[in-house]
Every structure is written in structure tokens, then in C-alpha cells.
Design a protein around this ligand. Structure first.
Ligand SMILES: [Zn+2]
Length: 638
């Protein structure tokens, strides 16, 4: 029997949305991006008010980032006026995101002007707008109860991509120069969840036309040729829409827009929203099938969040006011299950091959399995600590652990999926769980329904009776010195190390995000770039025993000047011998020698098929939808 908490939340949230919008005049906000190439956004905001003290606020905790917004210091040029007269304001002494003003008698509309200095996701040819940069609304009110109508000004000739509903179709998405594009009234919660991309080199592509509701890929780029995406890539993204339709058997949006920026300047990003996702990759990262492998799961990951994270949200990660701190517990569901499903969907859609899926899974499994920080820190602690773990210095990060709930979650949900398949003789799978957990309430518009650990366990039990609470607690809350490799093994494979990298690892190394790094982590225990600079040293590994520290620079290998190839050759030559590898190392301004006593040769992770066992991993990555063939290209996979 399932607790009916979800149905209750569903009713309350819907009611709140309707009554608020019906009763109050909306805030009017016009975002002006015409100075975006000069790193400035402007906003003009009209707020319905009554006389007396008023506290306005900007969003503090941003959904999806799971942390406090650091960019509030970039909000500048703040001026409040009433009937054209400026009003004095004072920032709250404690809550620094808040502004206090006193509205004079007889005033019903308060005008606010503000600017935001924008240094990321903006170039000479494109801009991305996340609304926290410009938003201002009454504090201490649930954000879904504050109606707001957004409008937008963009540089002449720029196209607009967003899930916001334009008011009056007009010449959209490329408005005539000098015009303001108006959007339908929404609420502050939804507006914050509806970013905009705009750019000179803009394309909007309709995806999987037979699927309803409609899906679009909106893309802007710094170079004109890049936004003209390849037919094969577009066909794969259409397949992604079809595969998600099969996997989730529901939708929680009225329309979905994949927003994509292609730029080497704007910076990378993947941020989920209910009706869209904000995706940023390098200028050429989707320009051929090899280059796309490293980011093959970006769109499928962020798309999955529309169901897992946006519609279904751990109770501690939902804040009705953007001011309450987000709590990271259960992020191994929100992010970890999304990591698993996003990679599976990428393989089912053809964004990467089944072999590439396995090669990349081997890489993340090996990384977790050789991470010494798991001796002191549980996966749940990486989730609870999420807001302080993103980014940071790589030094000793293998001892600290990072946001491991992503990849730990991927292994955990693969374990659950293959356990269900094994126990039910492949009659049931995690797909059945998604049909319950993510489709509860049927098809809806954008909606947030929170859940607890108990509901997760109850829904898993509805698929297959099992002690799921213990299954999850053991993998998530306990200290586990080894990674959860059971899913790979139940899937018919095992993690092994070979003396040559897999084809997938070679593709990612040559074309993907780790270009220039030398993979000697599983041999001597170093993350080192092409110039010899050491990013991290594996705790208790051979290089650690040789006293090499993060930040050092290797300048000599066995008497010759450093190169990545030379270091790998030295590792190969030392195999089975007793002579150590001799390094000359620069630490700060000092030179020293280091001797790495390592003799097992090169080691690279790969999944090896265990013959005679069911290959559930191959079943999992097979398409479920009847996808049309992908247009052929001349640059096949490695
Ligand atoms: Zn995510």
C-alpha cells in the first residue's frame, strides 16, 4: 500500500498556482539584453504595492544548482522610484539578498531599475539569461503565488529560445529590431525555471514530430556554421525524445525546449528546468560523432531531470521561497538516478554506441573503485555536502571525494535495475519503477511533487518485493571501501584493467573534455596534464609514496625532458623490473628528484564480457522505441 502524500501535495500545489494568478496583478519585468555583448543586462520592474514598509528580495538558493547564488554581488545600479520620485532603500543587515523600502501613501506601483554584470554565458554573438540575475519580488511569500509577466529585449536580429509562452505569435522567435517580446503571465517559481538563450546565429529545430507535446532544440553559437547542427545529431536527439517517451510513459511539461549554446568563450553548463534545459558546450563539441562522445549524455541527463528532480523532488530540495537552504540528502536519486538514466538514454538514442557506453561506464566505475576517500566518507555525505563540494581545487580531491553521488548513484541504480532483471528473469526492470515513480499523477504541466526515502522504497517494492530499505542504506549510508560493481557483474561484464585504453577512452582523450591530460592514474597514481603539472596524486599510490604532491611539475623522466609519451614509456619499461622510474620535479621554486617504485605497467579500465551469463547491460542499452535510421556520416566511430 502506498502512502497518499504525493496526491495531497499535487492538489495543494495546483490550487496555489491557480488562486494566486487569478487574484493578484502580476509584476511586470522587462529584461533588456541589448548590452549583453558589453557584459551588462538591465531590468525595468513594476511591482503592484500598497503604502508602507516593503521588503523585496532576489533568489538566494537556485534550484538545480543546489547551492546559494554567489552572483548577487553583480546586481548593481539599483534605483527604486514611485510616481517618478526616487525612494531611499536599505539592504537588510543580515539577509543580504533583501532590500527594504517604504512605499509612500497613495502609491500602487513601485518601479525598480537594476543592472547585472554578466561575465559568463555571454559573448559578442549570444547571451543566456537565468532570471535570478534580474528578479526582484516581495520576500516572505511563496514564489509560486507571485504572478509575474516577463518581457524581453534582445540585440537586433538575435533569435530567442525559451520555454516561456510568447504572447501573440508575431514574428517569433526572431523579433524585429527595436521591439519588445512579451510573454504570458506566469509566476516567480516558473519564471526562475524558464531561462532564455538569444543569439545572432540562432536555429530552432522541431524534434520527433509525431510525439506530443512538442519538443524543440534551440541553438545559438559564436560561429555561424556551428548552429547548423548535423542531421545525424538532430536525428539522435529526436530519438532521445522517443526513448524518453517510452522510458517515462508520462510528461510534466506543456512544451519542451533543449536550449544549447556552442561557444569556447561562454563556458560549459548543464542545468535542468521543468520545460527546458540550459546546455552549454564548446564551439565544436557536437560537430562530429567522435567529439560528441564526451558530452553524449548532456542533453539526455538534463531532459531526464524534467521527471526526476523537477517533477519528483526530494522533500529537502524543495523550497517554496528560494530563501530556505536546500538540503542535499537523496541527491543520489535526484542526480544519481539521472546520471544512470541519462547515460542509458544516450545509448538507446545513438548519441553514443553501446560499446562507448560500456567504455565510459568502466572509466567512472574504476575512478570510484580506486578512490581512497571512500574509506572515511559515505556517498550520502557527498550528497549532504553537495553545496560545498562543487568545483574546488583538484589537489587531494581523491581523498576528499567530490560530488560522488552522481556516479555512485549510476552504479547503485544499475545494481537495482540488473537485480530486478535477474530476479524476475528479465520480465521486469527499472523501467517499471520509472512508470510508477516518475509517472505518478499521469501527464501534467510543470509541477513539483516531493518525496521521501519511504516513498522511494514503497515504489520499488511495487515493482518487486525486496528489502529495498536495507539495499539502499547499505550502499548509500555505510562506509564502503569498494565501489558497487554488482550491477556491472549482474549485467554480464566485469571491470578489468588492460595495458591499453579502450576505444571509448581513446576517443574521449583525443576529442573530448579531457584533452591534453595523461592517464596514469591506475598505474603510478597521477593526474598530470600535457605540461607535466600534477593535478592530483592518488592517496597511498606509488607517486604518493614517492612524496610527489599536487601542484608539482614533472620536468624530467629518466634523464630526459618531460612529455606524456615519455612518462608512459617509462611506466612500460619499468614493468617487471626493479629499477624505479626517476623523475625531476619542481615544487614551487625548488627542484628535487623522486623515484617511483612501480613495476606493473600501464593500466586502463575496461568492461570485459563474462561469457555464459545474461548480458543485461546490452539489453539495458538497446532502443525501446521504433527509431528511424540515423543519417550516415563519413566519420564513423573508433
Ligand atoms: Zn543533474
Amino acid at each position: 500500500m502506498r502512502l497518499d502524500r504525493a496526491a495531497l501535495c499535487f492538489a495543494m500545489i495546483s490550487a496555489g498556482l491557480l488562486s494566486a494568478n487569478a487574484q493578484k496583478a502580476p509584476i511586470q519585468i522587462t529584461a533588456d539584453l541589448s548590452a549583453a555583448p558589453r557584459k551588462l543586462y538591465h531590468a525595468e520592474i513594476d511591482l503592484p504595492v500598497t503604502a508602507g514598509p516593503l521588503t523585496l528580495t532576489t533568489p538566494e538558493w537556485i534550484p538545480g544548482t543546489h547551492r546559494r547564488w554567489a552572483g548577487v554581488s553583480d546586481i548593481t545600479g539599483v534605483v527604486f522610484t514611485a510616481n517618478g520620485q526616487p525612494l531611499t532603500w536599505r539592504r537588510d543587515d543580515v539577509e543580504l539578498f533583501r532590500f527594504h523600502v517604504t512605499v509612500p501613501a497613495g502609491v500602487t506601483t513601485l518601479h525598480a531599475h537594476l543592472d547585472c554584470i554578466v561575465t559568463t554565458r555571454v559573448t559578442q554573438k549570444m547571451a543566456a539569461l537565468e532570471w535570478e540575475k534580474l528578479l526582484l519580488y516581495p520576500a516572505n511569500t511563496p514564489v509560486k503565488e507571485i504572478p509575474i509577466q516577463p518581457s524581453l529585449i534582445v540585440p537586433a536580429g538575435w533569435g530567442i529560445g525559451t520555454a516561456l509562452t510568447p504572447e501573440g505569435r508575431g514574428p517569433y522567435p526572431v523579433p524585429p529590431a527595436g521591439t519588445v517580446t512579451h510573454f504570458a503571465v506566469t509566476n516567480v517559481e516558473q519564471l526562475e525555471d524558464s531561462p532564455v538563450i538569444a543569439g545572432q546565429y540562432f536555429h530552432e529545430f522541431a524534434l520527433a514530430p509525431e510525439i506530443s507535446p512538442k519538443h524543440y532544440l534551440d541553438v545559438v553559437s559564436d560561429q555561424p556554421e556551428d548552429s547548423n547542427l548535423r542531421p545525424a545529431f538532430l536525428a539522435e536527439v529526436s530519438n532521445l525524445v522517443r526513448e524518453a517517451d517510452k522510458m517515462y510513459a508520462s510528461h510534466h511539461y506543456n512544451v519542451y525546449h533543449f536550449l544549447l549554446t556552442l561557444s569556447d568563450v561562454a563556458g560549459g553548463l548543464g542545468l535542468e528546468h521543468g520545460q527546458s534545459s540550459d546546455n552549454g558546450v564548446g564551439e565544436k563539441d557536437f560537430s562530429d560523432s567522435k567529439r560528441q562522445v564526451a558530452d553524449a549524455d548532456l542533453l539526455s541527463h538534463e531532459f531526464t531531470h524534467s521527471w526526476n528532480g523537477k517533477y519528483r523532488r526530494p522533500v529537502g530540495l524543495y523550497q517554496p521561497d528560494f530563501a530556505t537552504a536546500e538540503q542535499g540528502a537523496l541527491l543520489w536519486v535526484y542526480e544519481g538516478m539521472t546520471q544512470y538514466l541519462g547515460n542509458v538514454l544516450a545509448a538507446r538514442s545513438g548519441l553514443k554506441s553501446q560499446a562507448q557506453y560500456r567504455d565510459l561506464l568502466a572509466m567512472s566505475a574504476a575512478s570510484l573503485d580506486s578512490e581512497p576517500g571512500r574509506d572515511w566518507r559515505s556517498t550520502e555525505d557527498t550528497a549532504v555536502s553537495s553545496s560545498i563540494l562543487r568545483g574546488g581545487n583538484p589537489a587531494w580531491s581523491n581523498w576528499r571525494r567530490g560530488q560522488d553521488y552522481y556516479d555512485e548513484g549510476e552504479l547503485l541504480w544499475l545494481d537495482a535495475d540488473t537485480l530486478i532483471r535477474k530476479t524476475t528473469n528479465n520480465q521486469k526492470s527499472l523501467n517499471d519503477f520509472e512508470h510508477i515513480f516518475l509517472a505518478k499523477g499521469g501527464n501534467t504541466g510543470p509541477l513539483i511533487v516531493t518525496y521521501t526515502f519511504a516513498e522511494l522504497v514503497a515504489d520499488l517494492n511495487e515493482v518487486m518485493a525486496y528489502d529495498w530499505a536495507t539495499f539502499l542504506h547499505e550502499r548509500v549510508d555505510k562506509i564502503n571501501p569498494r565501489a558497487d560493481l554488482a550491477g556491472i557483474e549482474q549485467g554480464g561484464y566485469k571491470l578489468v584493467y588492460r595495458d591499453k585504453p579502450s576505444a571509448g577512452e581513446r576517443t574521449v582523450a583525443a576529442h573530448g573534455g579531457r584533452r591534453g591530460s595523461i592517464d596514469v592514474w591506475y598505474s603510478v597514481g597521477l593526474r598530470v596534464d600535457g605540461q607535466g603539472v600534477v593535478g592530483d596524486v592518488r592517496w597511498n599510490g606509488p607517486a604518493d609514496e614517492a612524496r610527489i604532491a599536487p601542484g608539482a611539475k614533472i620536468i624530467g623522466v629518466n634523464g630526459q625532458a618531460f612529455s606524456g609519451d615519455l612518462l608512459k614509456a617509462a611506466i612500460r619499461e619499468a614493468k617487471g623490473k626493479t629499477e624505479p622510474i626517476h623523475l625531476i620535479v619542481q615544487s614551487d621554486t625548488y627542484l628535487s628528484t623522486a623515484e617511483i617504485d612501480y613495476h606493473e605497467g600501464e593500466r586502463y579500465p575496461v568492461l570485459e564480457r563474462v561469457e555464459g551469463t545474461p548480458a543485461y547491460l546490452d539489453d539495458i542499452t538497446k532502443p525501446l522505441a521504433a527509431n528511424p535510421p540515423i543519417p550516415a556520416e563519413g566519420n564513423g566511430d573508433d
